[in-house]
Design a protein around this ligand. Structure first.
Ligand code: UD1
Ligand code: UDP
Length: 365
């Protein structure tokens, strides 16, 4: 059986790694890894292949950055050639980025079955590009692997037959569980002069937060205010860095430190020891829930409601007084307690492999 995986952006790499590792145990499976090149900076792509133990991609479509339509179209044109040449039995797509939907659309037109890893998540906010990508990919997919039961409910409501849907748990957490011991050996805290639980970690890259200069200014002003009470470290996404440069935003508070995006192990080490995390990332909402670290999400909604209902996540919206209020409550010792959601147990990749190829012929190591 030939299985072709398509990845392209930073959060895809943590998701594909456990699925590839699980499928390696089936001698009858041949795997092909395609990187679309949606993300291409060394610290947005290459470093993860090294740290996550991923093989070098068999094919890199090198699409780079562009408008949504152009980027999606370029992935489709180039991936069509790849698919015709490779003729896999299954194409696996991950998450909700443009690479995910572009590859799924190509497969639909060439009658190749698609399996969607991280299916069923819904923010119910169609102004988010990712929500459109999720809805369309799930309509195309023949197999839908969900990380939480809300995903199953959303898909059932959209009329997807239950036979196609498998609740397998969270592949991103598979990677976290595997690499947490290595992350705990990281020297990033001492390198940055930080003390465990005495700093906050920030990531922001959603267009709704960073593409509007007034919104970005109000978030940055709030971060500078909070940094007076708690040192903040902010590994900055290239989209956000560009926006701040364009605004010529000046940081006057030395306890707010902007640094380059980090590799997986250093970033996980910083999450693990943080007093709190402020983010608009999807994956970071999940990782903080697993780690039991308080997370304040700068969004009005989330496609990962389990992190709010079960985990440590609080949605503060784009309301900066609320962000500061919640952050100060955490500093005062009133942090939200959470639990780990069902099947976030390190074995989601194995469940996916079992559904795809069945239990037979598996070699146990
Ligand atoms: C993309 C995903 C988003 C995901 C995020 C993860 C879509 C629609 N968006 O957003 O869902 O949460 O990745 O990080 O697929 N850039 C670089 N170097 C890179 C990559 C990007 O400088 O290696 C800059 C480019 O100027 C580019 C901008 O970042 O225009 C945005 O990149 P893009 O991939 O279009 O969207 P992200 O904001 O990264
Ligand atoms: N991450 C990382 N380095 C960073 C910021 C994030 O390794 O500097 C990891 C993070 O731990 C998580 C993933 O990147 O595994 C989340 O990706 P991102 O926030 O870019 O995308 P999203 O999840 O929002 O789609």
């Amino acid at each position: 059986m030939k299985i072709l995986h398509v990845v392209g952006a930073r959060p895809n790499f943590m998701k594909v790694a456990p699925v590839m590792r699980a499928l390696e145990k089936y001698p009858s499976v041949q795997q092909v890894l395609v990187h679309t090149g949606q993300h291409y900076d060394a610290n947005m792509s290459q470093i993860f292949f090294h740290q996550l133990g991923l093989p070098r991609p068999d094919i890199n479509l090198e699409v780079g950055s562009d408008s949504h339509a152009r980027q999606t179209a370029r992935i489709m044109t180039r991936f069509e050639e790849t698919l015709l040449a490779q003729r896999p039995h299954w194409v696996l797509v991950y998450g909700d980025v443009n690479s995910t939907v572009a590859a799924a659309l190509v497969c639909a037109k060439l009658d190749t079955p698609v399996a969607h890893v991280e299916a069923g998540l819904r923010s119910f906010d169609r102004s988010m590009p990712e929500e459109i990508n999720r809805l369309l990919t799930d309509q195309i997919a023949e197999l839908l692997f969900t990380p939480s039961v809300d995903g199953n409910e959303n898909l059932a409501r959209e009329g997807i037959p239950s036979t196609k849907i498998h609740f397998v748990g969270n592949v991103m957490i598979d990677t976290l569980i595997r690499l947490l011991p290595q992350a705990r050996a990281s020297t990033i805290l001492s390198h940055l002069g930080l003390e465990p639980r005495r700093y906050g970690l920030v990531t922001l890259h959603r267009p709704a937060n960073v593409d509007d200069p007034d919104m970005l200014q109000s978030i940055m002003d709030a971060l500078q205010a909070l940094a007076r009470d708690l040192p903040l470290v902010f590994p900055i996404h290239p989209r956000t860095r560009q926006r701040l440069q364009r605004m010529a935003y000046a940081i006057t508070q030395p306890q707010l430190r902007l640094i380059d995006p980090l590799g997986y192990l250093d970033f996980l080490a910083l999450q693990d020891q943080a007093r709190l995390v402020i983010t608009d990332s999807g994956g970071v909402q999940e990782e903080t829930t697993y780690l039991g670290v308080p997370c304040l999400t700068v969004r009005p909604n989330t496609e990962r409601p389990v992190t709010v209902h079960v985990g440590t996540n609080i949605l503060v919206g784009q309301d900066m007084p609320r962000l500061l209020h919640e952050a100060r409550a955490i500093l005062a010792g009133k942090a939200k307690q959470g639990e780990v959601p069902p099947l976030w147990d390190g074995h989601a990749g194995e469940r996916i492999a079992r559904v795809l190829v069945g239990g037979e012929g598996m070699v146990h190591f």
